[in-house]
Design a protein around this ligand. Structure first.
Ligand SMILES: [Zn+2]
Length: 406
């Protein structure tokens, strides 16, 4: 090791320790310095130094807590101090965007869904900038110290360089979104694929809390998956997501927008199963589903829950397709938990046993027996996934250091 790499190495250790201590205070606070030292395995002197720095930056505060210390006196513990620290979360969906202002503890201060329409890069940026400006001016009375911006969207995104390469919803190409927002607003910007961010949110506060190995499958208009192994997101640091939606499952199937035919998404995507249900409805005269009336996914689940044979068959069909692919993924990743994020969760007593059965039938028994299937805690909406990116960056020490260096 050469001498010149040492300063950055020391900085990196400082950053990791800072994030570790802040994360423990955030998750266990109020917590005493002694308990922090035990949990972090850092020396008491380091804890004193790090907590002093966080205290001076108004990121943590001291509180008395009833955990009895010596001679029954209340102990002094540390808690995160989120007052005044805010960040903006942006969720870019089809034809709309959700803007949410939150504090460092993730409490939502204000959130709005606004329509977004744009035909190419420049009009997209102009439209988004205008929505943000108007949002800030409408809520000026709530605004305090804005520390970061976090953006989630589906599509092909490069989180490291903050670029949206491609979007299923807008005709944008290689859009340098993070640079644009940073130049305009002057705070760090985080960008991540929507499903990846959602899986991070589930692992921090949702159905995957405490699990290190998670596969989260999303069955919506888009079909995708987020994978966390040993507490780290697979592909979080590059442009890829784990792709299952564009895996061919029907060689003679429909043409997909990706250029291939019979992709999983064309077979089990919500839009497609609703179309299929209406097409098949004429063969099921007793079904609650009719070819003539519009069908929503809520109605489909409702019908299935009432024992409707067509609705049940459609949902079982989704379970079989998904189960087939999940069985392979179970063999590759051996997860602790499989999370399912889908509007079909309303009929999960029909969907889950089919998926479970396929996994049991098709993957290694030693792996499939320990797999636990559960619904995601959060729906595919809102800005909590974007907020989890901020939390993740605080816990890694990266954003903390930026905030503290002002
Ligand atoms: Zn495709």
């Amino acid at each position: 090791m050469s001498i010149d790499v040492q300063p950055s190495h020391v900085d990196q250790i400082k950053q990791i320790n800072l994030g570790l201590v802040y994360g423990l205070i955030d998750q266990y606070g109020p917590i005493s310095r002694i308990a922090l030292s035990k949990k972090s395995q850092l020396a008491p002197a380091s804890i004193t130094k790090i907590t002093r720095e966080l205290f001076d930056a108004h990121l943590v505060k001291e509180v008395e807590f009833p955990d009895l210390g010596f001679r029954g006196r209340p102990a002094i513990g540390l808690k995160t101090d989120s007052k005044g620290w805010q960040f903006l979360c942006i969720r870019i969906d089809k034809d709309s965007t959700v803007l949410g202002l939150r504090d460092l503890s993730n409490n939502l201060i204000v959130e709005e869904e606004l329509s977004l329409s744009a035909s190419e890069n420049q009009s997209f940026l102009n439209c988004l900038a205008e929505l943000i400006d108007n949002f800030f001016s409408r809520h000026q009375s709530h605004l305090e110290r804005l520390t970061a911006i976090s953006v989630t969207t589906n599509g092909i995104v490069d989180p490291i360089n903050g670029i949206i390469h491609n979007s299923p919803h807008y005709s944008i190409q290689n859009l340098p979104l993070s640079t644009f927002l940073y130049r305009r607003i002057g705070v760090p910007v985080f960008l991540q694929h929507g499903i990846t961010a959602w899986t991070i949110a589930e692992s921090l506060y949702g159905a995957g809390k405490g699990c290190q190995n998670i596969i989260q499958i999303v069955i919506d208009d888009n079909v995708g998956v987020g994978i966390m192994i040993a507490g780290k997101m697979l592909h979080a640091g590059n442009q890829s997501v784990v792709e299952i939606g564009h895996t061919q499952v029907e060689p003679d199937g429909e043409r997909c927008y990706c250029g291939n035919t019979g992709c999983l998404e064309t077979v089990v995507g919500i839009k497609n199963i609703l179309l299929k249900a209406r097409e098949l409805a004429s063969q099921y005269p007793d079904s609650l589903i009719s070819p003539a009336t519009p069908l929503t996914v809520e109605l489909l689940c409702l019908a299935a829950n009432q024992g409707d044979p067509l609705a049940t068959e459609i949902i079982r069909g989704v379970g079989e397709r998904i189960g087939h692919i999940m069985a392979i993924m179970v063999n590759i990743f051996n997860p602790d938990k499989i999370l399912i994020g889908s509007p079909l969760n309303k009929a999960k007593h029909i969907l889950y046993p089919v998926i479970q059965q396929k996994i049991t039938q098709l993957s290694l028994p030693g792996y499939s027996q320990r797999v636990n299937l559960a619904a995601t805690a959060f729906a595919n909406s809102g800005t909590l996934p974007a907020a989890s990116l901020i939390k993740q960056s605080l816990y890694s020490g990266h954003l903390l250091l930026e905030i503290m260096q002002g």
